[in-house]
Design a protein around this ligand. Sequence first.
Ligand code: AR6
Length: 206
Amino acid sequence: IPTIARLYAAGRLSPPAAAPALRNPSAALNRRISLLRADITTLPVDAIVNAAKNSLRGGGGVDGAIHSAAGRALVAECLAMYPDGCDTGDAVITAGHKLPAKHVIHTVGPVYQSQAASEPLLKSCYESCLDVAVENGCATIAFSGVSTGIYGYPSEKAAHVACRTVRDFLEEGDDEGKIERVIFVTFLDKDVNAYNAVLPLYFPPD
Ligand code: AR6
């Protein structure tokens, strides 16, 4: 999976259309970030992030795809380990079962209401997932576009939250140097377009 440093070098990702407003515009982090259009259930990484529901019982969208690829043992583990489910903005971890990924980090995004109400919860999802990854020794983590499907979060707004939160987390060293790669996984055209526009604002090339 190429890093965005390579995507820039190969001309497959364009520099930001507007000037990025970053405290530290260093491009060093670009060697730890990937942007990939894929079915997240196919990725052989330490952890994939599921856009789950509070009950953790599985559902539609990426949640349905992950549960069907992982097999019935996934929902059984969710219910046994987390009988009270997961709060919106929080994250929990299970094994990957039949998936090529070692773990699934389940987070519950907000149903989009307004930017003011929903943004802090979505930010909390990304931070919680990164915290859980660090606590469990996951060096490679692939994020799905939490809340941007059935829960209705506009793709560009969500991409800003995702990119800013990951940049801040890595830049501040909250990963204790343990996260080697963060992969933003897109699926539909609208998410591909959103990330192509937004990610370079937070991770510009040199
Ligand atoms: N691989 C990668 N991304 C995917 C895949 C896939 N196989 N399938 C969908 N996406 P959604 P939400 C993208 O609706 O908005 C469920 O029923 C999709 O294009 O899965 O957080 C849960 O049980 C979008 O960008 O999650 C909850 O009830 C992103 O994944 C509810 O939906 C998230 O879309 C959660 O809604």
